[in-house]
Design a protein around this ligand. Sequence first.
Ligand code: FUB
Length: 318
Amino acid sequence: MNTTKTYLSALLILGFVWLSPRPLRADNPIITDAFTADPAALVVGDTVYLYCGQDEGRPDQTGGYVLHRWLCYSSTDLVNWRPHGSPLAAKDFTWAKGSAWASHVVERNGKFYWYSTVDQATAKGFAVGVAVSDSPTGPFKDARGSALVSLDHPGGKPWDDIDPAVFIDAGGQAWLFWGNTTCYYARLKPNMIELDGDVQTVVGLHDFTEAPWVHQRNGIYYLSYASGFPEKISYATAPAITGPWTHRGILAEVAGNSNTIHQAIIDFKGRSYFIYHNGGRQRPDIGGSFRRSVCVDELFYNADGTMKPVIQTSEGVK
Ligand code: FUB
């Protein structure tokens, strides 16, 4: 009798442990229905929208960066991600061909602007286009019918008008940052689809490769970017968006099994997050430098405002 009682109690305890809620974990990579690269993220209310390119790289890792369209996902907890398909493709810019490289979406006055890297069809080199929508999930339409940024600025090279990132400051001024090997920036007009004034070069960055991302916290401006190759993420800080920028070191080491890493940084529900890609997908669809996957890990600050190096995990965020 006593044995039966003990057995039943043990079963009860086991059942209780089994049914009690466990912390949900995202597991990295967070997106597994496609290979995804170059994440940008936008917080709208209680939802994070994730925008990324769809990597089409071959399993044998040849062919370089092959991306023709961008994908969108959303989440209210960073663990469960809802796909919204592809609200924008390189072909939606009639003046472009192929390559849907890194992009960034921002909200202004209820409209959503998607700044995108494309390869030009009718002119030489890469360029930045901009598409607009009334909803974060689209549909998006080319807002200009032409490139917002292309080779025609001082110092421009066919490969350096890539990886746009937009920051809107507390006074409502929008700034566009972009570049490859040189980091450029320029003001945007209030209409968000035209540059306002000259293209400037950011000085003070160490070993800038690409993928600038600007954010602000407690009066400090942060410019993080991919440095070197294979890429790490470095960052600099400044008292104003125009600088002067002070180099602060490495924020993230080389991403697993990928030459590139391309970060986005957001605050969401009281915590900070570092969103990036790696080549860490496992069998049967093995990842790599041209078959990348988006990951999220938590980002922490020191008391003096510097950022702690990000620990890239397989477990992801809770
Ligand atoms: O995805 C193509 C290119 O690779 C991006 O534009 C860069 O940021 C790098 O991630």
